[in-house]
Structures are given as structure tokens and as C-alpha cells.
Design a protein around this ligand. Structure first.
Ligand code: ADP
Length: 248
């Protein structure tokens, strides 16, 4: 089996022969067809491809948001398929931060409220051994993401770029090992896109999370260390991106 990897590495994300077939009525839609890939800790990988090529499905599979029809996903050595739903949710909450195209912030909460609730949902603060949210770390993230002074505002009072930067802070506050970003600049103008991409890159380098970004924008993909090209549910090509120094 062709696993895309560098020699001697211990991948944090490993997909083997990953396949997802959707059943739409009587029609079977093979959205992801036998993908094998390995991502090393600290890498920044972009996955590009035209609409319908299976990028989002791959994102859901790697994030444990949907089950594979065949093949498997290992996150830091744990096989999603062998876990119960509760264990899978726990692994996801503890190891993965998600960033979505539409930001997905709760509209009735302030930016700070959105970050706090994400921390609560992660379960880290719960129980006798719970750890409260690290305010100093939040200060650091806010500074890095240039959202200090914006945290009291609700999403509707923030620009798209600010909302996405709050969403990145929300993803990072739990110190995930992996950040999965699905078209994070898809709703942003060029200026805000550039800022968000630079911040994703900076957090990848400074905080060391492995980052996987799905995009159909070649310019966005170019900041990654490695670019995987999808077509018809398969990875058909791989190139080095401009940020290939991201591998530690
Ligand atoms: P991309 O993110 O690259 O646009 P997707 O993963 O969304 O690609 O879709 C890949 C293929 O799977 C497409 O043909 C799409 O129509 C199909 N597909 C995606 N989600 C579903 C679903 N829930 N049910 C049936 N078909 C789906």
C-alpha cells in the first residue's frame, strides 16, 4: 500500500486505504477512494482539489466526524474505528481543533464567551482534576491573532476576518495536537485571507500543532509545507509548498 511518508517518521495522522461511499437513494457515491497518507507532527499540509473531489469528506474522516466505509484513520496511534462513539468524541475533543469556512461562532455569545464555552465543552475544566482555562495563554493567542480588544464583541459586531481569528483562538485554546481547517479563507477577502493564513502558519510554527488545511485556493495552499492534490476521491499528486520549513 502506498503510504505517503518520510523515512523514519512517526505520523500523528495516518490514513490507510481510506474509503467513503455515500448512499444517495439507490446511487452509491464514492467520495473518497482508497486514500493512504501520513502526516508527521508539526507539518502544515494543504489539501487542494476542485469542488466535489472529496476534500470535505476526507476532512470529516480525518477529524473523526464520520466513519469510513473501508480503511482506517489513526490519530496519534489510536484507531478511530476501534473506538466507541464516546471514546472517539473524547479523542476528537482532546486532540483536534476545528476551523470552518463559516466560522461557526455562537451568535449570542461574545468572542470571549465562544472561546470559554469551547474550553468547557472540551472537558478539560471538569471534575476534581479539571484545569481552568489558561488566561495567560489566551492573552498570548489574542495577541498573536490580533483580537485583543475585540473579545467583548459578539460575532455580528466583528468583521469576517476577526470572526475567523476568534474561531482560530477557539480551536487553539485547548492546545490541540492537530488543527483541521476546512476552507478557512473561503468567506474572506484577500486582505483578511492573507492575515488568517499567516496566523495559521504562525501558530503551526510557534505552537507546533500539526495543521491540515483544505482549500480550493492555490495561493492559500502555497503557504503549506506540503500540498496534496485531490481528484475524484483520490490523492493524485503531491508537491512541496512554500512553507516547507514547517516540519520540525
Ligand atoms: P469537496 O469538498 O471536494 O467539494 P465533497 O467531499 O463535499 O467534495 O464531495 C465529494 C463527493 O461526494 C461529491 O460527489 C458529493 O456530491 C458527494 N457527497 C458529499 N456529501 C454527500 C452526502 N452526504 N451524501 C451523498 N453524497 C455526498
Amino acid at each position: 500500500m502506498a503510504v505517503v511518508t518520510s523515512e523514519g517518521s512517526k505520523p500523528i495522522i495516518l490514513a490507510e486505504n481510506l474509503t467513503k461511499v455515500y448512499a444517495a437513494g439507490h446511487i452509491q457515491v464514492p467520495a473518497v477512494q482508497g486514500i493512504s497518507l501520513a502526516v508527521e507532527p508539526g507539518e502544515f499540509v494543504a489539501i487542494v482539489g476542485p469542488s466535489g473531489s472529496g476534500k470535505s469528506t476526507l476532512f470529516y474522516l480525518l477529524g473523526g466526524l464520520t466513519r469510513a466505509t473501508e480503511g482506517r484513520v489513526m490519530i496519534d496511534g489510536a484507531d478511530f474505528a476501534s473506538l466507541s462513539d464516546a471514546e472517539r468524541t473524547r479523542l476528537r475533543k482532546h486532540r483536534i481543533g476545528f476551523v470552518f469556512q463559516k466560522f461557526n461562532l455562537l451568535p449570542t455569545l461574545s468572542a470571549m464567551g465562544n472561546i470559554e464555552i469551547a474550553y468547557e465543552i472540551s472537558g478539560r475544566a471538569a471534575g476534581p482534576h479539571g484545569v481552568p482555562m489558561d488566561r495567560k495563554y489566551l492573552d498570548h493567542l489574542s495577541e498573536m491573532l490580533a483580537i485583543q480588544g475585540r473579545l467583548d464583541h459578539r460575532p455580528s459586531e466583528l468583521s469576517g476576518g476577526e470572526q475567523q481569528r476568534v474561531a482560530i483562538a477557539r480551536a487553539l485554546i485547548t492546545r490541540p495536537a492537530i488543527v483541521l481547517a476546512d476552507e478557512p479563507t473561503g468567506n474572506l477577502d484577500t486582505k483578511n485571507s492573507d492575515a488568517v493564513l499567516q496566523m495559521l502558519l504562525r501558530s503551526n510554527r510557534e505552537l507546533g500543532q500539526t495543521t491540515l488545511m483544505i482549500t480550493h485556493n492555490p495561493e492559500a495552499a502555497a503557504i503549506a509545507g506540503r500540498i496534496l492534490y485531490m481528484r475524484d476521491g483520490q490523492i493524485v499528486r503531491e508537491t512541496a509548498g512554500g512553507g516547507s520549513a514547517a516540519v520540525q
